[in-house]
Design a protein around this ligand. Structure first.
Ligand code: NAD
Length: 379
């Protein structure tokens, strides 16, 4: 096995020729050398006892074994000027090849550019039985500082890292089928965590005080997977020349992509398939890094419907100079601490392979892969 010293992600070259003609062990050697991961990490990605039964037994209940998926590596990705090799765990053929090919095309135009908001998650605390939900809202907002301080009193690790509860919101549903309701949201910066356990614990802790303040009864106290304050945006700009095929000009291909996207924007039947194509890129990275793909899926589709009509998560346009410009925006509750990201040895190795140092960087690269996959499907 070829390995090298501590990785220096800035010198990783994700442009690897001839991967298709290698066998899995050769590919793993080449990827390990290119990314600088150590032999233990490379072995953890091999699939041979990657998840020991004893570890699996501690992860969920009634364990009888482990379940394997193929793990591939997408090549050619450049995101914000940095090269990435991207691990993808997925059962569907063509996904890894399509992502790699689109990343190659994008690379010629400078690759992908991304940005993200702070990693703010929401927890909801449902208050019923007050009769005056707007009064309850006003009372909770009047206690904002006290509630934030209380929420932050336990997780000193998180607050020490600059995270923690930053604000509260109170939403009112005055005409629900079970009577008026006030729903307090905790807005929590969860730093490098996915954050579900973190915010659930805070919401749980505040419940008795919320009942005292409102005179109501607290029912649900749990995170929202519609992480609309933890949003990643990726964009790509592809010169038309790079899109030319044997039978079509680059301008024709660009126009076709824009026209196909338009149907997804206006028609939920198409949008569902269009967004599935995006998730073909995102989910395999989420799975490979031990993240919660149900949370990512729930957040993505809820975000796609936030205007009241389910629509495309991406937009494709033709810029003034004729270049094809694609953008993708969605919530990304991904972590590099907590959950399976820490307990699954292959997930740990996958994070090392990517060379990401924080949850936001991981989320941004993952959304770039989603955009590449979307472009591949439309093309
Ligand atoms: P966690 O509680 O294991 O880890 C988070 C904690 O790690 C923080 O509260 C903090 O104390 C500590 N920490 C150490 N270093 C940190 C850093 N750099 N940044 C942030 N925190 C740091 O995990 P979690 O992320 O709160 O929860 C994730 C798990 O919750 C996943 O396994 C997910 O599947 C599960 N979950 C999901 C849902 C849902 O999506 N609806 C509901 C419940 C549980």
């Amino acid at each position: 096995m070829t390995t090298s010293a501590k990785p220096n992600p800035s010198v990783v070259n994700s442009r690897i020729e001839g991967m298709r003609d290698m066998d899995p062990a050769e590919r793993r050697d080449v990827i390990a050398a290119a990314s600088g991961i150590d032999a233990t990490s490379a072995a953890a990605l091999s699939g041979d006892s990657s998840l020991p039964l004893s570890v699996a037994n501690g992860m969920i209940e009634n364990v009888i074994g482990t379940f394997e998926l193929p793990l591939g590596v997408a090549t050619n990705f450049v995101v914000n000027g940095k090269d990435y090799l991207v691990p993808m765990a997925v059962e569907e053929p063509s996904v890894v090849a399509a992502a790699s090919y689109m990343a190659k095309i994008a690379r010629a135009g400078g690759g992908f550019h991304t940005s993200s908001t702070a990693p703010i998650m929401r927890a909801q605390v449902q208050v019923i039985g007050t009769g005056d939900p707007f009064g309850a809202r006003a009372a909770l907002l009047a206690h904002r500082e006290e509630l934030i301080e209380m929420a932050n009193s336990k997780d000193t690790v998180l607050t020490g890292l600059g995270g923690g509860c930053k604000d509260i919101e109170v939403h009112v549903f005055s005409d629900s089928a079970i009577g008026p309701m006030a729903v307090m949201h905790l807005l929590v910066d969860v730093r490098d965590a996915m954050g579900a356990n973190t915010v659930n614990t805070m919401a749980e802790m505040l419940a008795p005080r919320v009942e005292e303040i409102t005179g109501g009864t607290v029912r649900l106290r749990i995170l929202s997977n519609l992480a609309d304050k933890r949003v990643v945006t990726a964009s790509v700009r592809v010169p038309t020349d790079a899109l030319t095929t044997k039978t079509l000009t680059g301008a024709d291909v660009a126009r076709g992509i824009v026209e196909a996207c338009e149907l997804a924007i206006i028609d939920p039947y198409r949008a569902a398939t269009h967004n599935k194509g995006i998730m073909n890129g995102i989910d395999p990275v989420v799975v490979a890094t031990g993240n919660d793909w149900r949370a990512i899926e729930a957040g993505a589709h809820a975000y796609a419907a936030q205007s009241g009509r389910y629509t495309s998560l991406s937009r494709w346009e033709i810029a003034k100079d004729g270049a094809l410009v694609g953008t993708l925006e969605l919530p990304m509750a991904m972590g590099i601490v907590g959950g399976a990201t820490r307990t699954h040895p292959a997930a740990q190795a996958a994070l090392k392979l990517m060379g990401v140092t924080g949850a936001q960087e991981l989320a941004e690269v993952t959304v770039a892969v989603g955009l590449a996959q979307n472009m591949a499907a439309l093309r």
